[in-house]
Design a protein around this ligand. Structure first.
Ligand SMILES: [Zn+2]
Length: 308
């Protein structure tokens, strides 16, 4: 048959009066075909598919529900890192406006473009990022925009830690992927400790920024590193912060001289010197591969839609 539409058989009548059958072949769905829109008519932008529900991936709305359902868990995870959640309310707004293209850490009600919710892990990762900003960005506010690393590098690093917690990929593996970016790549030319207005939301501020925290962790050890994060939040809650404040704080907690590390990672428009040559291990899971791909250098144009 070649009529457009859906052919069903053995239809159960919703009023409970029984079923009706058009053919005796026992197949309730005889197939479907869709012809294009009539000449001159606009096409329908909404794709549709027919078949048993479990054959199909969840809809964007279902992915949003899955990701947002994990907010309490994400909040506890972040509270372990940063201390108690700083506000009395928490929620989310997911807008389906197609050109929104960003997520924003609006205090207690982050706003998300629906494009982030392509699968549960990606959706939950952006929720981790925006909820992290409730501490780094909202509770602690940058003194001037040049200190944006304190927001974006930190929120991105919580995504790395979450990916590890979820068993998708370890923070070390993501870091290895980052330091494998060749030295001549423009990615390394952004001075993320003071990126300037043009590069303020460059991918480097996020990913080199998260790498800076991982490099600090490798330098001072886990105990001093996680103490640094917690006490950073506690001692500056409700205040304005600068990159220099953080460097001084990290040196105080660890008892180490860290000027050189931060100079290389934050204030040098080149790949930090002395990084080990590593051969990154290809991630086993598609989610892990997607996380690594996020770290890859991108043009400013291709970053549109990924800002968070
Ligand atoms: Zn952010």
């Amino acid at each position: 048959m070649a009529y457009p539409g859906l052919f069903v058989d053995d239809v159960e009548v919703s009023t409970g009066e029984g079923t009706t059958s058009f053919e005796e072949d026992g197949d309730t769905t005889d197939g479907w075909s869709v012809l294009g829109a009539p000449a001159g008519s606009p096409g329908n932008a909404n794709d549709w598919t027919f078949g048993p529900a479990d054959l199909f991936p969840p809809s964007p709305g279902e992915i949003v529900d899955l990701a947002l359902a994990r907010q309490p868990e994400v909040t506890s995870f972040l509270s372990e890192l940063f201390g108690p959640y700083p506000f009395r309310a928490s929620g989310a707004i997911v807008d389906d406006y197609p050109e929104l293209g960003f997520a924003l850490e609006t205090q207690t009600r982050p706003i998300y473009a629906r494009d982030f919710f392509t699968d549960e892990f990606s959706g939950t990762s952006v929720v981790v990022h925006e909820l992290a900003h409730q501490w780094v960005g909202d509770l602690l506010t940058v003194e001037r925009w040049q200190h944006i690393w304190l927001n974006e590098g930190f929120a991105t690093y919580t995504e790395w830690l979450w990916a590890e917690e979820e068993g998708v990929i370890t923070a070390q593996e993501i870091y290895d992927g980052l330091v494998a970016i060749p030295a001549d790549d423009p990615f390394w030319q952004v001075t993320i400790g003071d990126p300037g207005p043009e590069a303020m939301f460059d991918g480097a501020v996020y990913f080199r920024g998260a790498g800076t925290l991982h490099a600090l962790r490798l330098q001072v050890g886990d105990e001093a590193f996680f103490t640094t994060l917690r006490t950073w939040i506690r001692s500056h809650a409700g205040g304005h912060v600068s990159v220099d404040d953080f460097i001084a704080h990290a040196e105080r907690v660890s008892g180490q001289q860290l000027d050189e590390l931060f100079e290389q990672w934050l204030f040098t428009a080149a790949k930090p010197a002395g990084l080990p040559e590593v051969e990154p291990v290809p991630p086993e899971s598609p989610e892990g591969a997607a996380v690594l791909q996020l770290q890859e250098p991108r043009t400013p144009e291709s970053l549109t839609g990924a800002r968070r």
